[in-house]
Design a protein around this ligand. Structure first.
Ligand code: TXA
Ligand code: MG
Length: 323
């Protein structure tokens, strides 16, 4: 497999912007995970994203802006609660739902009359979007259903030459995708748990509903029950583990540590028990365990508070692929 051009994020912006304007694909760092970006106004370029990821056409993309001030220029006046959340949390790991303006082609939103939009908290990528002069549609830069990329190396290994340029900004700071909120109605609704904790949202705007991860039809179309999965079988650890006859080589993903056992590979997310650090390391640790040649990865859930809720959400979906 041939490889894409990898450029350092601070020096590659002008070249990457030219690629976007020419209809190409640029993998870009954000504070959450790497995105696979294309000019959101260019339907054929956006179609290349779906092809590169083998992403089903029913799963809409998030459009990225350089500045919060660009939102009203793109979509006109937005509901007060949406404007308030944008003002409070952008740039940052919060995606908001707004009405789709006519300039955004329906392929971006999978035909929905709403669109998802955010301003990522990453200087080079905001510079890139500003230099390209267009909104940038970008899903996570992995093949559909697989582990999200938190390093440029993950993107190169997963997508290869399907990407024209990879901007390498090093490991991403948050390590987990943005929180998606629909604040157009009476009460904001969280559609996907993510790097911005629900508790912080509630401090800012009062009570919110969490509809992410409930059973039945997913509200954010991409939040399928089985997602974010390594190639290796993955299972949530229970109190009766680790003794598991028949499984010869097991890997363990622990929060603060690891139970005694004959593990073939071990990753610990945060020995000091810090959930933010754990989120930042989650996908990288899973990528490493996936490459460790084990038969099964056993994972431990983390405390169900703050960003821990989003971590557990990712672990449950990864495990659901194998059940
Ligand atoms: O942190 C992130 O959000 C990263 C970085 C690159 O910005 N992007 C990301 O994109 O996670 P992706 O494509 O992996 O996930 C986008 C999610 C999907 O679950 C999709 O269904 C949902 O956003 N979504 C997009 N448009 C939507 C809409 N109009 N209504 C509801 N959900 C929407
Ligand atoms: Mg994704």
């Amino acid at each position: 497999m041939s490889t894409p051009r990898v450029l350092p994020a601070d020096r590659g912006v002008a070249e990457a912007a030219a690629v976007l304007r020419a209809g190409g694909l640029v993998a870009l760092p954000t504070e959450t995970v790497y995105g696979l970006g294309a000019n959101a106004l260019d339907a054929p370029a956006v179609a290349r994203i779906f092809a590169a990821k083998a992403r089903p056409s029913f799963d809409p993309l998030i459009s990225h802006l350089a500045e919060a001030a660009e939102l009203e220029k793109l979509v006109g006046t937005v509901p007060a609660a949406v404007a308030e959340l944008a003002e409070r949390f952008w740039p940052g790991p919060l995606t908001l739902i707004v009405d789709r303006p006519a300039v955004i082609p329906p392929i971006v939103t999978s035909g929905l009359e709403t669109m998802a939009v955010r301003v990522p908290d990453h200087a080079a990528t905001r510079g890139l979007i500003a230099a390209a002069g267009v909104p940038v549609a970008a899903p996570s830069a992995n093949r559909f259903g697989q582990l999200s990329p938190t390093r440029a190396e993950h993107v190169v290994a997963g997508l290869g030459a399907a990407v024209d340029v990879v901007l390498d900004g090093g490991p991403t700071r948050c390590g987990i995708e943005s929180t998606i909120v629909d604040a157009r109605g009476d009460r904001p609704v969280v559609l996907r748990l993510g790097a911005l904790p629900v508790e912080l949202l509630q401090e800012a705007v009062g009570p919110v509903l969490v509809r992410a991860g409930s059973s039945g039809q997913p509200v954010a179309p991409g939040t399928l029950a089985a997602h974010y999965a390594p190639r290796t079988r993955l299972r949530l650890a229970t109190d009766t583990d680790p003794a598991d006859g028949g499984v010869s080589r097991q890997g363990f993903l622990g929060f603060r540590g690891c139970p005694a056992g004959d593990w073939a590979a071990v990753e610990v997310l945060s020995s000091k028990g810090d959930l933010t650090e754990a989120a930042a390391r989650l996908f990288d640790a899973l990528h490493r365990l996936d490459g460790a040649g084990v038969d099964e990865i056993l994972v431990e859930s983390v405390p169900e508070v703050g960003v821990g809720r989003a971590i557990n959400d990712r672990l449950r979906r990864a495990a659901a692929t194998w059940t």
